[in-house]
Design a protein around this ligand. Structure first.
Ligand code: MIC
Ligand code: SF4
Length: 644
């Protein structure tokens, strides 16, 4: 029986376990990626391990999220990350150089290698055929220390691509079609492997777009073959030496199958406020649009910006629509400028921003009250833009620029009456600018690490007690994202390396008094629905609640990264055995977990929970390693014990 590419890469990196879906496996990690919003905490954790340098083939620290410098805090963090990277053998990409996923593809990604990143969109590296996953900072730190990464072996969903994309339809529409079919939890526990003749028609940055938003489908990762497109991209980046040809065997089999005929796709759009709320653009055409943003870690590439620039040549955007451009990297901006794309963008009225996450993580660019914003971003969870009750839509650059021109949601194919579709070709050779990257070198190892007052030590965590009596302080519904648990934005993000201050904002969008209420309660329980903790990889969504006294979460199901983060920070992730028990548990219910420590020690999976005198059954589906983390009060306690 032929092998699919996912299994080929996993097998060549497997260090523990068997490739049986659902069972825990450990794989060797070749490369790691940190960004600043997760990276300050991760770097503190790495330092706590006491190693001299990273033990990977390549580790990179990017600064792209927290780049507004409203006071000393973010600038302190940047300097800390720079000096710590230099000391510990990590490449450093400074603020302004670009968004981690775009830059990683340009400068570091290598086909067939594994990449673990403290950012949920790390599977963007599918663009260059890496097996890339997002994880909590601590898991990435352990990989930086040379340890395997452990996760449940995924099923492989093989998606056969046939045909070719029509004019005005692009890679974003392919992944929006996947979201239309599967919604935000349809690919939980799966890797999506794209194969078939349609793959060859997609460029590396098209594949980045599709891999990136696999995260929005709940997928563990996405995988593409490495072929002539990969070679052309690496050649254009001056890195052809990294190329190897990779693909599934001709008779490869998959756990599940699907097929997309690229030629039959039409422009799609994710409506407020979920990436899974997808409709054909023509169904929502005519809605007035106040803001359009091209950018983020998807759709900020050379092709994306040049397509928009060419559509805008000799045209101006609608005067009621504010139009922003956030280039994916400095390299993208330099190449767009060199190819004559910058003048049409500026002359059309673009507000050109620094290369970085910007409005995607609420770092500026918040829309006005009741205003509609169309963005080429990957996610539009409620309030993420920074504006309460926001109306954010996600779409392709083609759909975005059509809206900017017309001032309302417009099917970009309608532009065909006025102009030919500008099919932008990738360049044979890109302008390459590595001048601002500080490459790791043994000569930098004696760099002094500079810590500003914003950098606070990690809070200590107590081991799991014998029994637990706790109170339910919050009950939430399905698909709660980590943006709701631990919001970001320009006022909160700078506190990411100060857990005491950050924790005051936990769940604040649902309950302003949550942190205060926690202070009056010994141990806290949160109850959730399906896919609890979807979205970002931020471990702060476990760490900050834990700091406030949250010890247990009971949900119908958990998103992969958040569940791992809960174990890493000593919060029990219990799942209702009978989902209807969700109804019988209310805010302020008192719960008792009798002999919880002994049960974990004995490896019990069924955990009885007393709720107001009644007993319900929950399941603790974690590995032995995660049980030890939970017993020790978190992974760091456990690993430190191990390292002596
Ligand atoms: C996001 O898109 O939500 C983020 C911000 O990039 C996060 C990481 C973070 O919270 O720092 C992610 O995707 O993991
Ligand atoms: Fe940055 Fe947005 Fe991408 Fe997250 S999704 S890495 S915030 S651009």
């Amino acid at each position: 029986m032929g092998k699919n590419l996912t299994h080929k890469i996993l097998e060549s990196h497997l260090v523990e376990g068997k490739l049986i879906p659902g069972e825990e496996i450990g794989i060797k990690i070749d490369q790691t990626l940190l960004q600043d919003a997760t990276g300050t905490m991760a770097m503190l954790e790495f330092e706590a391990l006491g190693l001299e340098a990273v033990r990977t083939q390549c580790s990179v620290q990017y600064v792209d999220h927290n780049i507004l410098q409203g006071d000393h805090k973010n600038a302190d963090d940047h300097r800390y990350l720079q000096t710590a990277s230099m000391k510990y053998g990590i490449h450093f990409s400074p603020p302004g150089n670009g968004i981690c996923h775009q830059v990683h593809l340009e400068r570091f990604g290598e086909p067939g290698k594994t990449l673990l990143g403290a950012d949920s969109h790390t599977p963007s590296a599918a663009g260059v055929s890496m097996f890339a996953m997002g994880a909590g900072g601590l898991d990435v730190v352990l990989a930086m220390a040379g340890r395997p990464y452990y996760f449940p072996c995924p099923k492989v969903l093989g998606v056969k691509l046939i045909g070719e994309l029509p004019d005005w339809v692009s890679a974003k529409d392919v992944v929006l079609e996947m979201l239309r079919r599967y919604d935000v939890k349809g690919c939980l526990g799966k890797v999506i492997e794209y194969y078939g003749p349609g793959v060859a028609t997609l460029t590396v940055t098209d594949r980045l777009t599709i891999g990136n938003m696999g995260t929005e489908l709940g997928a563990t990762s996405s995988v593409f073959p490495s072929d002539h497109q990969t070679l052309a991209f690496l050649q254009a980046q001056g890195r052809e030496g990294a190329w190897v040809e990779l693909g599934p065997d001709p008779d490869a089999t998959y756990d599940e199958y699907d097929e997309i005929d690229l030629s039959s796709l039409e422009p799609l759009i994710a409506c407020p406020s979920s990436p899974g709320n997808v409709k054909p653009v023509r169904e929502v055409a005519g809605v007035k649009v106040h803001q359009v943003i091209i950018g983020s870690c998807v759709n900020s590439s050379f092709r994306d910006l040049m397509t928009v620039a060419k559509v805008l040549e000799a045209r101006h955007v609608n005067r009621d629509t504010f139009f922003h451009v956030n280039p994916g990297s400095r390299q993208v901006l330099e190449n767009v400028a060199a190819q004559g794309g910058l003048i049409p963008l500026l002359a059309a009225g673009a507000r050109l921003h620094e290369s970085g996450c910007m409005g995607c993580i609420g770092m500026g660019q918040a829309p006005g009250t009741g205003q509609v914003s169309l963005r080429t971003f990957p996610r539009n969870f409620p309030g993420r833009s920074g504006t309460k009750d926001d109306q954010v839509y996600l779409c392709s650059p083609e759909t975005a620029v059509a809206a900017a021109l017309k001032g309302m949601i417009t099917d970009p194919r309608d532009l065909g009456a006025e102009m030919a579709y500008p099919r932008v070709q990738e360049l044979d050779t890109y302008l390459i600018d590595t001048s601002s990257i500080i490459f790791a070198s043994p000569s930098l190892r004696d760099t002094e690490v500079i810590r500003g007052p914003n950098i606070r030590p990690l809070p200590a965590m107590e081991p799991l007690p014998e029994s637990l009596e706790a109170e339910v302080l919050l009950k939430v519904g399905d698909n709660i994202s980590t943006d709701t648990i631990m919001p970001a934005g320009s006022d909160i993000l700078p506190l990411r390396s100060n857990i005491e201050a950050l924790s005051q904002y936990a769940y604040c969008r649902l309950d302003h008094d949550f942190a205060t209420r926690c202070k009056k309660t010994e141990a806290v329980v949160i109850v959730g629905g399906e896919n609890y903790g979807q979205g970002s990889s931020r471990e702060h969504a476990a760490l900050a609640p834990r700091y406030l006294g949250v010890q247990v979460k009971i949900a119908k199901s958990f998103a992969r990264i958040h569940k791992a983060n809960l174990c890493n920070f000593g919060i029990l992730p219990l799942v209702f055995k009978d989902p209807s028990d969700y109804e019988g548990i209310a805010e302020h219910s008192k719960i008792i977990l009798k002999d919880i420590r002994r049960r974990l020690d004995r490896g019990e999976r069924e955990i009885p929970v007393e709720v107001g005198g009644r007993q319900i059954m929950t399941l603790l589906d974690v590995s032995d390693r995660q049980r030890n983390y939970l017993l020790a009060g978190g992974a760091l306690n456990s690993v430190k014990e191990e390292l002596g």
